[in-house]
Design a protein around this ligand. Sequence first.
Ligand code: KIV
Length: 280
Amino acid sequence: MSARSDSQEAKTKPITPRDILARKGGQPIVCLTAYATHVARRVDSHAELLLVGDSLWMVLYGHETTLGCDLDTMIRHGAAVTRGAARACVVVDLPFGSYQESPVQAYRAAARVLAETGCAAVKLEGGREMAETIAFLVARGIPVLAHVGLTPQSVRGFGGFRAQGRTEAEAEAILADAKAVEAAGAFAVVVEGTVEEVAREVTRAIGIPTIGIGASPACDGQILVTEDMVGLSSDWRPSFVKVYADLGADLAAAAAAYAEDVRERRFPAREQTYGAQKRK
Ligand code: KIV
């Protein structure tokens, strides 16, 4: 286990929310989730933005939704990720119930997240109904990544995790939400779970980058849950995920090989055993 040297960190200039905003319409912005230091270290140089998503409540802790996730958990994982990231812009999700009540409640939660994790920005879910809160945070120096479309914290309202924007009314709502978060000062917006036509219209209509997840190639950037991308999530996987490695299968195979070695007394071998000094 090796920590990066201080000189290595000093050479790397972190990507800021302003840099992400400036990427509108340019080369697609690469974003991934990260929940832990060791993962952040490995993906940091490949992604412009690392999101400590409240999806960790499902992916790491095995819950059915993100609804039970609390602020202390997000702060603990956020701090772990900033310890592992030198270059990427680290953004931490505000969890359900920590910001929807009022702009002041959101400020208190976001201020704790920024101060206690060292991240660059917070993300919160919602469009027009959260515009006042986003403006409140941005005016007080807290960069905000917005999130519209299929917003998992509203899963009960949607009646399940289902793609949004298939009807005219839903498409218009997503467009209005995206325009509202832009006007409120968000530096970018995650667009989740919608059809290509809507993603394209939103991306054309606003001046901040759209970061798509299950939202077609029409967005300014893409984000995936890293565990999904490397085959470490549960057996069910959304159709928009592309799996680039099967670490789940590798992990199970490694555990099986280790178990056999232990049972057959092949592990630990001489190389893994401390040598005793000659006794006098
Ligand atoms: O919580 C999360 O990881 C997210 C991304 C999937 C966008 O919100």
